[in-house]
Write a protein that binds this ligand. Structure first.
Ligand code: MN
Length: 423
C-alpha cells in the first residue's frame, strides 16, 4: 500500500487529515459565502486539499487547467455531472494533473496558489445532478437484525436474500446535501394494537448509515459486474432517513414508500473510486453460490470505517455506532449489475444507496431501530439521556474514512438536524 503523498499545502500532510493529496475529493461551492472564489460563475467545482479547496472552475475558465484537449469548457456549470460524463480516461488524467500541481515541490505551485480558497465556512451544495436514486438492503447483519425483530431468528433472512441484491426505486427529488435541516414527517400510522390508522407525526424516526455509489457512465442494457465497477465514479456518505412507524404500516406488498421519501442526506465531497483503490476488499464467503451474472471478478468492496454521532440540541455528541463498509454482502458493482440485468438503463448521476451498514456486534448497528431493538432496549447517551428513536433537535452526523499508512481517505461529514413536524 502506498504511503502519504506529500503536498505543499502543509495541513494536507497531517495523518488525521480527511483530505490529503491521496484523496482529492470533488465538491461544489456557492460563490456568495466563499467570496474568494473567482469571478463569473455562481457555482464552482472545487477540490478539497488539506484545509483548503482548489477552485477548478475558475482555473479552467482562465486556461490554467483542462479536462482534456478535446473537452472544451466542462466545469462552468459548477457541478461534476458533465465531467463524469467524459469517462474514466478523463477522470484519471484530471486527477493525475491535480496531483502533479499539488504535490510537494511541484513546479506548478504558483499556477494553483491564486485559486486556493479556505474550506472553512464554504457553502457546499449538491456536487452532481442526481438522476435517480435506488436503495438496497445488502448488509447481512442489518437484514438479520431487522428480520429477527419482525419474523423471528428462524426466518430472519427472506428466502431471496442470499441470491438477489434486494432494492427499491427511491426518489432523487428528496436527496439533499449535508447540513440541510430535516423536518419530521407526518404519515399514516397504525400500531399493532390500534383499530384504525391515524395521520400524525412519525414517532419512530430513524437513520440508516450507508454509502452512496455514484454512477458516472451511462448504460443502456445489461452490464457485467466488472463493467459496473468501472462505471462507478465515486462514493459519498449517505443517511437514508426512515420513519419506521410509517414504514411498518405501508410496506406490504410493494416496499417502502413515504417512510423513506422525506429526505436522504449525502456528504458534500465525492470520494473517487480511484482514491479508494488501495482499500479494496472482497465480499464475504457465500452460503450459496451467486448466479454467474453476479460473480465478483475482483475485490469491489472497500475497507471504510464508519461512525454515527448523535447530539441532542445544544449538547455534546455521543458516538452511537461504528461499522465498516467491508462487511457488506453485496458490493455497489454487484448492485449496479443487477440493476441493469432487466435492461434498465442507467444514467450519469444515478445514485445507489448501499443499504444500511451494520456489523456483528451491538455497537456496529447502523440504525436506531437496531440499536434500541425496535424501541424495546433504549440506549443511553453520554449526556445521560436515553434514546430509542430520534427526538426533535437531535443532530445526526455520519463520518467515514479508509485508513492508510500515515494518512487517511476521509469522506468529511454527513450532517442533518431533525426539526419538529409542521402543520
Ligand atoms: Mn436504506
Amino acid at each position: 500500500m502506498t504511503g502519504l503523498l506529500r503536498s505543499w499545502i502543509e495541513a494536507a500532510n497531517a495523518p488525521d487529515c480527511d483530505f490529503p493529496l491521496n484523496n482529492l475529493p470533488y465538491g461544489s461551492a456557492i460563490k456568495d459565502v466563499a467570496p474568494h472564489l473567482g469571478e463569473g460563475a455562481f457555482l464552482h467545482c472545487v477540490v478539497a486539499i488539506g484545509d483548503m479547496m482548489l477552485d477548478v472552475t475558475t482555473m479552467e475558465a482562465d486556461g490554467k487547467i483542462s479536462c482534456g484537449e478535446m473537452a472544451g469548457i466542462v466545469l462552468d456549470m459548477g457541478d461534476w455531472t458533465n465531467f463524469m460524463a467524459l469517462g474514466p480516461e478523463t477522470w484519471k488524467n484530471f486527477r493525475s494533473t491535480l496531483t502533479d500541481i499539488l504535490k510537494e515541490n511541484s513546479p506548478h505551485r504558483t499556477l494553483a496558489e491564486p485559486y486556493l480558497v479556505p474550506r472553512h465556512g464554504a457553502n457546499l451544495v449538491m456536487p452532481f445532478h442526481i438522476s435517480e436514486f435506488t436503495d438496497f438492503y445488502a448488509s447481512r447483519h442489518h437484514a438479520t437484525n431487522v428480520g429477527t425483530m419482525f419474523r423471528g431468528a428462524e426466518n430472519a433472512l427472506p428466502p431471496n436474500w442470499l441470491h438477489i441484491p434486494i432494492g427499491y426505486n427511491g426518489r432523487a427529488s428528496s436527496v439533499v446535501v449535508s447540513g440541510t435541516p430535516i423536518i419530521r414527517p407526518h404519515g399514516q400510522l397504525k400500531g399493532p394494537n390500534d383499530d384504525a390508522p391515524r395521520f400524525g407525526p412519525s414517532a419512530r424516526f430513524d437513520i440508516e448509515l450507508e454509502l452512496g455509489a455514484i454512477v458516472g457512465q451511462p448504460s443502456s442494457g445489461p452490464i457485467s459486474v466488472a463493467e459496473a465497477f468501472e462505471n462507478i465514479f465515486g462514493y459519498v456518505l449517505l443517511n437514508d432517513w426512515s420513519a419506521r412507524d410509517i414504514q411498518a404500516w405501508e410496506y406490504q406488498p410493494l416496499g417502502p414508500f413515504q417512510a423513506k421519501a422525506t429526505a436522504t442526506t449525502i456528504s458534500p465531497w465525492i470520494v473517487t473510486a480511484e482514491a479508494l483503490a488501495p482499500f479494496r476488499v472482497s465480499t464475504p464467503a457465500r452460503d450459496v453460490p451467486l448466479l454467474p451474472y453476479l460473480g465478483e471478478s475482483a475485490p469491489m468492496l472497500y475497507d471504510v470505517a464508519l461512525e454515527v454521532g448523535l447530539a441532542p440540541e445544544g449538547k455534546a455528541e455521543t458516538i452511537i455506532a461504528r461499522a465498516n463498509y467491508s462487511e457488506m454482502y453485496y458490493s455497489s458493482a454487484q448492485q449496479l449489475a443487477h440493476h441493469t440485468s432487466s435492461g434498465c438503463p442507467m444514467r450519469v448521476g444515478d445514485l445507489l444507496g448501499s443499504g444500511t451498514i451494520s456489523g456483528p456486534e451491538r455497537e456496529n448497528r447502523g440504525s436506531l431501530l437496531e440499536l434500541s431493538w425496535g424501541g424495546k432496549e433504549p440506549f443511553i447517551l453520554d449526556t445521560g439521556e436515553s434514546r430509542s428513536f430520534i427526538e426533535d433537535g437531535d443532530t445526526i452526523t455520519l463520518r467515514g474514512h479508509a485508513a492508510g499508512n500515515g494518512y487517511r481517505i476521509g469522506f468529511g461529514e454527513c450532517v442533518g438536524q431533525v426539526l419538529p413536524a409542521r402543520r
